[in-house]
Design a binder for this molecule. Sequence first.
Ligand code: GUN
Ligand code: FE
Length: 432
Amino acid sequence: APDTRAVRGEILYFTGEPAALGDAAIAHFPDGLLLVRGGRIDAVGPAAELLPRLPSGAPLHDYRGKLILPGFIDTHIHYAQVDVIASPGEQLLNWLQKYTFPAEARFADPQHAAAAADFFCGELLRNGTTTALAFATVHPGSADALFAAAHRRRMRMITGKVLMDRHCPPGLCDTGTTGEAESRALIERWHGRDRLLYAVTPRFPATSSAEQMRAAGRLFAEHPGLYLQSHLAENRQEVAWIARVHPEARSYLDVFSRFGQLGPRSVFAHCIWIDDEDRERMAGTGAAISFCPTSNLFLGSGLFDLERARAHGVRIGIGTDVGAGTSFSMLQTLGEAYKVLQLQGQALGAAQAFYLATLGGARSLYLDGRIGSLAPGCEADFVVLDPAATPLVARRIAGCATLAERLFVFMTLGDDRAVLATHVLGEPAWRR
Ligand code: GUN
Ligand code: FE
């Protein structure tokens, strides 16, 4: 078969949520081979077993000595905030006004949006991220630009035009009616086209009127497989604002619930200032949390309680939240997640961390069986990590006795330099 290729290296993926490394929840082939056919994993196993099955003339990518993992899944990021990264001195609400809204206003220009979307997809791939759930801006053309850029690279991309019709600068406001109509047109154009999916995207309840929140709930219910993404309980002033605007709601989460926005495929970033009743409802409805550690530290928003969310059975993925987040690198993001949890007396194991960045993220998006794993049948998106990325990484990895130790070095010391290559649907999409 002409579309068959093989990839050799140390292969690792999760088959379940690990408690500790060495579990049945992990598939690990120290000298492994992936057979990819038509963009999907056809077989995976020890190279010695699978090499004889490789059709003659099929290309073989030799990554021996490197670590091959499923492509990372970033469950919360803003493509229009690349130019906002590293904007100092403010917490959430002032940060939005001072830096973020002006930067997003520039996406009214389709050329600016197209260039930014290209840069953004390039950065994702350079960092080993092959799927993202991303915010565009209020401008429908901004969503078109990101869909088009991801489509050219054959990436899995879930995005949507932001809905915001109040408490925002005039150039950055839609209305209940236009926001709904523009979203509907984008859904028609992009949702389910190849690997692209649409997310209804009310920014947060402070910037959407009740009319628009109702429209978002309607849209979400209208088409099968649509996502809904928003922000939830990130910052204490923000939480107090939402409580003032929605006195009828029991909690911030309850606002979304009242507008029909809670269910499988709704993904809420942050969820720092929530209580157990909220966690119970999220778990019960199948909604997911995107944990964004670098953003929560950078904006001083607070510490996400992973243990409590897990204990309640809430689906959890990891988000970089660029541009409040400070890195595209999922490795750096996992390293910061570890520190956020340390501050709460919780120890994030390396296996748990990489699970969250791969299969856990896929499960939070209901895309397991398709992405986040290298099991046969899955889409062949993967990242190749280089144990010789930097002198320090090489030195620390040389001193590791176990796979878990090596993974921990990658998440503590690794960044974009540790990503040797990224493949999308089996084909090289980026190489250092
Ligand atoms: N809440 C509402 N909008 C935003 C945003 O753009 N970034 C973050 N971090 N939080 C938000
Ligand atoms: Fe965000």
